[in-house]
Design a binder for this molecule. Structure first.
Ligand code: AHM
Ligand code: MG
Length: 335
């Protein structure tokens, strides 16, 4: 009989030493995310029933308003983290401003802030394609006992304490890092438990998949156009295979397992790219680097960018190290 895999709960207890300044707060925070993820997973799985249970904006048979799933996911994560009193602030791709959480004692004494994209790739839901939640955790930099300020959120990615994603796919997985490698847990929906299915995940140094929305080709910088042509040439292990789901979490998850590069560059349509530095690029960059890959904006490390605004965007090139380095060479040569 094969050895039983630890659950996420057991894994957290066994790896307490991996949690910096371990007071149990970060473990509780990950547990809250695990809970919210299960609630969102349940709702995402029912998305195909929307014609039966009522469309967005209509009332369902219980007389409740149907919500768009990204709004539902946003509320679920915010409520779970707020109710459990473990964070002092939350910033979400769905909210214009960050949220300050005082706690029931109004003491502002929690030390972590969470930044998240509650449902990334949500335009894929209607066609039954995988979507994800992305989260990023920092220690606050302002003094305990005071309300959080924007300074607590505008930290470079290299100060992240933990980051992760949930992929609502053919199975649902939670993948996260606390800076000691990357581990993936698969949800057994019958039991509601997450099992360690992908221990110590590693990006292959080089792969044969490139993931980019080539429909925007005409608008790409020359370096990106040349790199795409390089991917398509018949030489060495090329041409590479093109795979683009249009759901960042799924595209990067696949590339981490099989080897590949994911690119969302700047273009003449999007001067700074499309993806958000704080909610999408930094957490994914932390995971990619912890798995031995590389994440760059084409010229510099994503996690070294000092953010200046909450909803700032950044181009991103991430995945197998050698592939990202090659793409950077093209960016340097042709810009
Ligand atoms: P979203 O946060 O509005 O869902 O947008 C992010 C998504 C990524 O998951 C995905 O890689 C990208 O947008 C796809 O964009 P495009 O359709 O321009 O290729
Ligand atoms: Mg998004």
């Amino acid at each position: 009989m094969s050895k039983t895999r630890p659950t996420l709960g057991e894994f957290i207890i066994d790896n307490q030493q991996d949690f910096p300044y371990s007071t149990g707060e970060l473990s509780r925070l990950i547990r809250s995310i695990r809970l919210a993820a299960k609630v969102v997973n349940h709702e995402v799985n029912k998305a195909g029933l929307v014609d039966i249970t009522g469309a967005v904006g209509e009332q369902n048979i219980q007389g409740e308003d149907q919500q768009k799933l990204d709004i539902f996911a946003n509320k679920t994560f915010i409520q779970t983290l707020t109710n459990r009193e473990i964070v002092c602030g939350i910033a979400s791709e769905e909210n214009d401003e960050y949220i300050t959480i005082a706690g029931s004692r109004k003491d502002h004494n929690n030390k972590y802030v969470v930044l998240m994209d509650p449902l990334d790739g949500s335009s894929n839901i209607d066609v039954n394609v995988s979507v994800g939640t992305i989260f990023s955790i920092y220690r606050r930099v302002t003094p305990l006992g005071t309300p959080v300020t924007s300074e607590d959120f505008l930290q470079p990615g290299n100060l992240q304490v933990a980051a992760g994603y949930i992929i609502y796919g053919t199975s649902t997985m939670l993948v996260y890092t606390t800076g000691h490698g990357v581990n993936g847990f698969t949800l057994n929906p019958a039991l509601g438990s997450w099992y360690l299915s992908h221990p110590d995940m590693k990006f292959p140094d080089i792969g044969n998949i490139y993931s980019i929305n080539e429909g925007n080709y005409a608008h790409f910088p020359t370096g990106v156009k040349k790199y795409i042509k390089y991917c398509q040439e018949e030489e060495e292990n090329r041409p590479y295979t093109s795979r683009y789901i249009g759901s960042m979490v799924s595209d990067i998850h696949r590339n981490m397992i099989k080897g590949g590069i994911y690119i969302y560059p700047k273009s003449s349509k999007h001067e700074k790219g499309k993806l958000r530095l704080l909610y999408e690029c930094n957490p994914m960059a932390f995971i990619v680097e912890q798995a031995g890959g590389k994440a760059s904006d084409g010229y510099q490390r994503i996690m070294d960018i000092k953010p200046t605004e909450l909803h700032e965007r950044s181009p991103i090139f991430c995945g197998s190290k050698k592939m990202v380095e090659k793409a950077e060479e093209f960016m340097k040569e042709y810009e």
